[in-house]
Design a protein. Structure first.
Length: 154
């Protein structure tokens, strides 16, 4: 499930769905759907996301994996920290990074399942698939993000 268009999140300190569509071109949230053939099947999720912070001081971001409406891959929230699957603090104007990972899920289901990535950030907006600056210079690079789901027989 590739994502080639841009998305920008401006709401701080909350989990945000990424705008987009599923692999059939439907919906308003970037996600990937799969229907396991057996309840013993596992779902292997491979993902990479191009993420960019829009400003330069005390900016932090993270992502988590969600199946249907349940967060299934994130770290524990400790002290005042927010639970995140992948987190990276960064500073510097318009810095883009690629975050990637794998996760093996055991959903015990033969119903259609929806997997998505949510973003979290503190201070300033975060953009998906936008490299460089927003000035449309020749050296700015458009990026892509991907979700791949594979059924693994159990």
């Amino acid at each position: 499930c590739p994502k080639t268009d841009y998305a920008t999140h401006t709401t701080d300190d909350t989990w945000n769905d990424i705008t987009g569509v599923d692999q059939a071109g439907s919906g308003s949230v970037w996600c990937c759907k799969i229907t396991p053939t057996a309840t013993s099947s596992k779902i292997l999720m491979l993902w990479d996301i191009s993420i960019q912070m829009k400003d330069d001081s005390n900016v932090y971001h993270g992502v988590r994996i969600v199946r249907d409406s349940t967060a299934i891959h994130q770290g524990a929230a400790t002290h005042a920290n927010t639970a995140r699957a992948t987190a990276e603090g960064m500073a510097g104007t318009a810095k883009g990074h690629s975050l990637s990972g794998t996760f093996l899920d055991s959903p015990s289901s033969t119903s259609e399942l929806t997997y998505k990535i949510q973003t979290y950030h503190h201070n300033y907006a975060v953009s998906i698939n936008q490299g460089g600056t927003t000035s449309n210079n020749d050296y700015d690079i458009s990026q892509t993000s991907n979700i791949t789901l594979l059924e693994v027989a159990g």
